[in-house]
Ligand binder design. Structure first.
Ligand code: FRU
Length: 507
């Protein structure tokens, strides 16, 4: 399909006009984040196309500019020199074909590579009755041209449901290009688009190419009868040390929302032999992470802070939809492999640039139920770091109470007795008033550490040295700003409690 550059530009111009018209109104709300990236206007989900190109970090994301709800997808675009200060650029890709063309139904998630100096994007085009893989290029990192020969990959392997063939992640290995996509078995009808069936057997598919435009099927990395998910969205394969990691966002897996498997990839057969399974993050609002390697040799990961209506805790009405926007992007985290085959996640060091008003308490001894009130910047946009001496504590749990005022509060609890980390937003003021727990490793150890990043709505919690992470949104009143720590059923000794305010870098 020959690319109609003029038509594409005209749609991008419409998006830019809409953003210019609405961004000042959107900006004013107290729920707008201060240091997590958000599109100026509209709905966002998955970050993708993450790449460092000509020295700058590029972040693309699923964007529906025209409302605070999911709709026909575009690719929004922002750049940064330090992963902290983001500058929104013009929309990168818009659906510019007719509904029965290759991308008229939306431009879905994808990835970016640097092909001899040309920034090359891969995305899923939503055609009327199928999903196909497409390509676009840019030499300035701002203006993109869709490839005239799109789609570069239209047919999934035999037996795959044509509606579930998406999210191409491309990388180079020993001179060849490889692409993983998420797929599900099933039957489709190309004439009657709504007539298709899937049996929920989620798989990850591997293709290979020498030129980025002609792709051959290698094999399935993993195949499941639903136990790995009914659809394995946004798969990524990357190397850490001498191991490979396959991560993806499964539909239909209640306990895990973002899975990683650690093992070895056989490039010849495509098979991924794995021995360790983990969750990248246990929060309600962490989905579709993508990795990339930066020029400093770090493997970095960013994800969407938000969740889908099909998640059991989301009724499909989002707290900010009426305000014309929803969704943000996590802080960049560095991912590394621990000796036991598990992964750990560390916020990039650049986040320290945001800190101001440092405060420090040492050797805090709190008796059963004694609430210690503390300050962290404005108590809403802040970072909290605590080191707890469990050997010198005999409590059942340690609780951080945040965004507290009267009945409104959010509780982050290290439950040492049950061995759980709990995030309780039942009293936060959010529509989704739920509590989530996950295993806490340090419960059986002498020390515990916790690091909490709070922004206007997002809360990123790191514990167990970054091996246990939870990201959640809370929608509290602007003046709910009390911060406390206390112990339940016994005393606690907190070696150090450090806090910082966090500056706003919102555009
Ligand atoms: C994941 C996902 C992808 C898809 C995109 C659509 O959140 O469902 O599989 O490409 O979002 O916006």
């Amino acid at each position: 399909m020959v690319f109609d550059k003029k038509k594409h530009q005209a749609i991008i111009d419409q998006v830019e006009d809409y953003i210019a018209e609405h961004k000042d109104t959107v900006k004013q709300h107290h729920w707008r984040e201060h240091y997590h990236y958000q599109a100026p206007v509209g709905w966002i989900n998955d970050p993708h196309g993450l790449i460092q190109y000509q020295g700058k970090y590029h972040l693309f994301y699923q964007h529906h500019p025209f409302s605070g709800k999911w709709g026909t997808m575009h690719w929004g675009h922002a750049v940064s020199e330090d992963l902290i200060h983001w500058e929104t650029l013009p929309e990168a890709l818009a659906p510019s074909e007719e509904y029965d063309g290759w991308d008229g139904g939306g431009i879905f998630t994808g990835s970016a590579v640097n092909n001899d100096g040309v920034m090359t994007l891969f995305y899923t085009g939503c055609a009327q009755a199928r999903q196909v893989q497409c390509m676009a290029t840019s030499t300035d990192g701002i203006n993109f041209e869709k490839y005239d020969g799109n789609p570069i990959l239209s047919d999934p392997p035999e037996g795959i449901n044509l509606h579930d063939f998406r999210d191409p992640k491309v990388w180079k290995h020993e001179g060849s290009w490889y692409m993983v996509t998420g797929v599900t078995d099933g039957v489709s009808d190309l004439i009657n688009a709504s007539n298709y069936e899937t049996n929920g057997f989620g798989k990850v598919c591997l293709h290979k190419s020498d030129n980025l435009t002609d792709w051959e099927f290698v094999g399935y990395c993993v195949e499941s009868m639903g136990e790995l998910g009914t659809m394995l969205e946004c798969p990524n394969i990357f190397k850490l040390g001498d191991k490979h990691v396959l991560m993806y966002s499964p539909m239909g897996m209640q306990q895990r929302q973002v899975v990683y498997l650690v093992g070895d990839l056989d490039y010849r057969t495509g098979k991924f032999h794995w021995s360790t399974m983990g969750s990248l993050d246990w929060g309600f609002d962490y989905y579709a992470p993508q990795v990339f390697d930066d020029e400093n040799g770090r493997t970095l990961i960013q994800a969407w802070i938000g969740s889908w209506p099909f998640m059991p805790w989301c009724d499909g009405t989002y707290d900010t939809s009426e305000l014309g926007w929803y969704g943000s992007i996590t802080l960049a985290r560095e991912v590394s492999l621990c000796h036991d085959g598990k992964l750990k996640f560390t916020p990039v060091q650049e986040v320290e640039k945001l800190r101001h008003s440092p405060k420090r308490h040492t050797e805090l001894e709190l008796n059963d139920g004694e609430k210690f009130a503390f300050e962290a910047g404005d108590n809403v946009h802040c970072e909290i770091i605590a080191d707890i001496d469990l050997a010198a504590s005999d409590c059942d749990s340690v609780v951080f109470e945040i965004r507290s005022k009267g009945e409104q509060k959010t509780l982050i609890e290290l439950d040492l007795k049950k061995g759980e980390l709990a995030f309780d937003r039942t009293q936060s003021g959010s529509r989704s008033a739920l509590r989530r727990t996950c295993p806490l490793e340090c419960a059986s150890k002498d020390r515990a550490n916790i690091r909490i990043f709070m922004d206007s709505i997002s809360v990123e919690v790191f514990t167990d040295g970054g091996r246990t992470v939870m990201t959640n949104n809370i929608f509290s009143d602007e003046d709910s700003a009390g911060l406390y720590v206390y112990a339940k059923n016994g005393n606690v000794r907190i070696e150090t409690l450090k806090t910082f305010g966090m500056k706003s870098v919102a555009e």
